[in-house]
Write a protein that binds this ligand. Structure first.
Ligand SMILES: [Zn+2]
Length: 411
């Protein structure tokens, strides 16, 4: 059976009709609609002869036996956010089914090929993203916090999982699934505007951004808006305002895709008749290069100290959260570039702003790469999410080529 990418598009439409409504996709993890999507997937894979297993974290695996015990993994996620798009996550899985069909038809592959649908990538119901992949990667450390999570209706995460056969305390046993994994491939919609801007259907993902999240608290002096002369003010908002503007220059100077966002400033007392006494400012900075990420932060802190002096303020800095950049495998990046050039003529390398299951697998030491396919208008997590049909078909072709090249290189 030759590869039939148009079948993937037809199956994605079938899945949309089965698990969506007028507001979009409704495959939220640990719900009956998600379970419907999983059994739909089971029925699609069954004719290939791949054997289904569900691991301790609820990840759904389909394994096609190979000539060796080592495995090539292809993954995605069937879960969506509420009112989500028709492609986020499930494109990867459904395209993977088509690749599995083609490989099964060609006889026993040199390595075992495993398709995985990760459980609860989105974290839409309980706020914890990448649940299944972090369990399999062995990076899950927050079981105590997870135990306390509940949804809007007061249902706890452990209870919701138990309804789907998963015991939170045992989820980490999913680690065994990555033993023997020689490579991990993931196809995803870009969810951003870069490829569309370049008029290219496909790109290779170099890795996921490292993130630094900070809180700058500016301290000035509240004073009467009418009686305080302009040169006698200690206006905390002035410091925050200067920083909000200078981060654009900092991002431009550091370059290579650097992004900085001052996502919020809370002023106190926050009334129209007073100079601002304290301003709490949130800053999010991202880069694919760890050294450049550190530079983004140190430049912002130096600038903040300078502005504090200029405005006669003090400023405190606090790290809220951070994660290192995760770089994908250089050899697989080369193969992915080749695969894209063969099916689409031109390839583009780009970083990923969002985290993906692939980041967890990569962190676990499995050589990993991702393909992005163009998103129209850069929209995702909405029913407006879309990709041209011909681009979806090219994406299936590219994933299949990449799988073939990876198998050839590993055997
Ligand atoms: Zn996704």
């Amino acid at each position: 059976m030759p590869l039939e990418p148009s079948r993937t598009v037809a199956e994605l439409e079938e899945l949309r009709a089965l698990t969506g409504d007028d507001n979009g996709a409704q495959r939220v993890a640990w719900t009956s609609t998600w379970e419907t999507a999983r059994s739909w997937l089971r029925d699609r894979v069954q004719p290939t002869g791949a054997v289904e297993t569900i691991d301790a974290a609820g990840n759904q695996w389909f394994t096609l036996r190979g000539q060796s015990e080592r495995t090539l993994l292809i993954g995605g996620h069937m879960d969506s956010v509420p009112n989500g798009g028709w492609l986020d996550g499930c494109l990867n899985v459904v395209a993977g089914v088509e690749v599995l069909r083609r490989i099964a038809e060609n006889g026993t592959p040199p390595l075992a090929v495993r398709l995985v649908s990760w459980a609860d990538e989105e974290g839409a119901r309980f706020g914890r993203s990448l649940f299944g992949s972090s369990a399999a990667a062995g990076s899950m450390r927050d079981q105590d916090e997870l135990r306390k999570l509940s949804d809007r209706d007061g249902i706890s995460l452990p209870d919701a999982m138990r309804d789907h056969g998963v015991e939170l305390d045992r989820a980490i046993e999913a680690r065994a699934e990555l033993e023997g994994a020689a490579a991990y491939l993931e196809l995803h919609i870009e969810q951003g505007p870069v490829l569309e801007g370049l008029d290219l259907p496909l790109g290779v993902v170099l890795g996921t951004f490292g993130v630094e999240r900070s809180r700058f608290t500016w301290h000035g002096q509240a004073a009467h808006a009418g009686s305080t002369p302009m040169d006698a003010r200690r206006d905390a908002l002035a410091g925050a305002a200067k920083l909000a503007l200078v981060i654009r220059d900092i991002a431009r100077d550091v370059g290579d895709g650097a992004v900085c966002t001052s996502g919020g400033v809370v002023c106190r007392p926050g009334i129209v008749t007073s100079v601002v006494e304290t301003a709490e400012q949130l800053l999010d900075q991202r880069h694919l290069d760890a050294t450049k990420l550190a530079r983004l932060l140190s430049l912002a802190r130096e600038a903040a100290d300078r502005f504090a002096e200029e405005e006669n303020l003090t400023v405190d800095w606090e790290r809220i959260w951070s994660i290192e950049p995760i770089l994908f495998d250089p050899q697989l990046i080369e193969l992915a570039d080749e695969a894209i050039r063969e099916v689409a003529g031109q390839s583009q390398r780009l970083p990923s702003g969002p985290l993906h299951d692939a980041a967890e697998v990569s962190r676990a030491g499995v050589p990993t790469v991702m393909l992005f396919v163009q998103s129209l208008r850069g929209l995702s997590h909405t029913r407006l999410e879309d990709t041209k049909r011909e681009h979806l078909e090219l994406a299936v072709h590219a994933l299949d080529r990449l799988a073939s090249k990876t198998l050839a290189q590993l055997s």
